[in-house]
Design a protein around this ligand. Structure first.
Ligand SMILES: Nc1ncnc2c1ncn2[C@@H]1O[C@H](COP(=O)(O)OP(=O)(O)O)[C@@H](O)[C@H]1O
Ligand SMILES: [Mg+2]
Length: 382
């Protein structure tokens, strides 16, 4: 970004600072990437000041920022999801998990950067997870409440729609890889790679997802006085060809966006403008036939402790058609690129099919080097 635009050092969750900046600099349009500012009400703040902004209000974004709210909403409106119960009392939560089938899924209510969900195989593991979330407060106030839910088996998939609060337009679907190690082992991360389209997906499945999940959810939020405007991300588990919701995100989540947007032919700005003008019915989304694969390069140790400030070399040796998305990087004093986070880069490519896209990505990843660089070798290896 620093190479393409001017960067200003205002933190993403400093919503006042951002609103002030946008006002003073007459920014025409703000697109919100991460979840924290949405949960903090950045959209409400900009809208109050007459500034155009793309994303849901604080009340609508609660569909992501509170898993308790999101589950309750789905249950009130008959949207398919895992059976669950919510607790704000540790002892009651412990009693409940003892009686449930294992594995069982424990989820901190609030935002936890993709790390607040624990899949427990046994009662002691479940109790340890509950204590970590509710007593030790490993995720802070996000763990004041928990959702405990049934473990769903199936294929996981992400499905985005653009919506102006009424009309919805689906994007192409994607799959991501949550676990840190090959073969889906180890702890959950923010995502280690993704691809689009999933080979098991077809148009009938897409219709079912739209009719049973995405449309009813947008309507439910409108009905409850929290109209949702922006991109709604459904994290789904497909079991016997039917979707159940794992969670919603209130934004273009990564790493899936990094394989969905490269396939988009329609100008994203036209879509955003149509959403804000409530004219989404005038837009027809067009997609490239090509497949897309993205692999995340992470700092050694992530999602646990890791070093930062390490120089990254080889970025200028990549083939022309390779896309590099920077996540945890920063410019060094001599203009070099340094690591600055857990997930450092996503390397992505389009190809005539998934196999070709995958080959391009892995052929190029070996050219990139930084100390401790870790990536999964099995992304899109289907
Ligand atoms: N009920 C469930 N059954 C099986 N796996 C689940 C379930 N809920 C969550 N998971 C797994 O845990 C991951 C993270 O859960 P999610 O609810 O998406 O939380 P977050 O993205 O906020 O960490 C999911 O992507 C999925 O792989
Ligand atoms: Mg998720």
């Amino acid at each position: 970004m620093a190479r393409q635009a001017q960067i200003f050092d205002i933190k993403a969750d400093d919503t006042d600072g951002l609103a002030k900046f946008a006002k003073e600099n007459r920014i025409d349009l703000t697109v919100v990437g991460p979840e924290n500012p949405l949960a903090a009400g950045i959209v409400d703040k900009f809208t109050e000041r007459g500034l155009a902004i793309f994303g849901p209000t604080q009340a609508a974004a609660e569909i992501e920022s509170s898993k308790v709210f999101s589950k309750d909403l789905m249950q009130r409106h008959g949207i398919p999801c895992a059976k669950s119960a919510s607790f704000n009392d540790l002892e009651k939560a412990k009693e409940y998990v003892e009686k449930q089938k294992k594995p069982i899924v424990i989820k901190a209510d609030g935002l936890a950067a993709g790390k607040g969900v624990i899949i427990a195989e046994t009662v002691p593991q479940a109790i340890e997870a509950l204590e970590g979330v509710m007593k030790t407060k490993n995720f802070g106030a996000a763990g004041d409440s928990v959702v405990i839910e049934e473990y769903l088996m199936g294929r996981e998939m992400s499905f985005f729609v653009f919506t102006d609060g009424q009309k919805i337009l689906p994007t192409v679907p994607a799959c991501d890889y949550k676990r840190i190690y090959d073969g889906n082992k180890g702890p959950n991360t923010g995502g280690m790679g993704s691809y689009s389209p999933p080979p098991f997906f077809n148009d009938i499945m897409g219709d079912i997802i739209i009719k049973t999940v995405m449309e009813p959810t947008v309507l439910a939020l409108a009905d409850e006085g929290r109209p949702y405007i922006g991109t709604l991300y459904g994290g789904l588990m497909i079991t016997n060809n039917l979707p159940k919701v794992i969670e919603f995100n209130a934004r273009l989540g990564d790493p899936e966006t990094q394989v969905v947007l490269p396939r988009l032919k329609t100008d994203l700005l036209d879509i955003i403008t149509a959403v804000l003008d409530k004219k989404l019915d005038k837009i027809n989304l067009e997609w490239h036939e090509e497949a897309c694969v993205g692999v995340v390069l992470a700092s050694g140790g992530y999602p646990g402790k890791y070093k930062t400030g390490l120089p990254i070399i080889g970025l200028d040796e990549l083939d022309k058609d390779i896309m590099v998305f920077h996540a945890g990087t920063k410019p060094g004093p001599k203009g070099e690129v340094l690591t600055s986070g857990g997930r450092v880069l996503t390397i992505a490519a389009l190809g005539k099919n998934l196999a070709e896209a995958r080959q391009k990505v892995y052929n190029n990843i070996v050219k990139i080097r930084f100390e401790g660089c870790y990536y999964r070798k099995d992304i899109a290896d289907l």
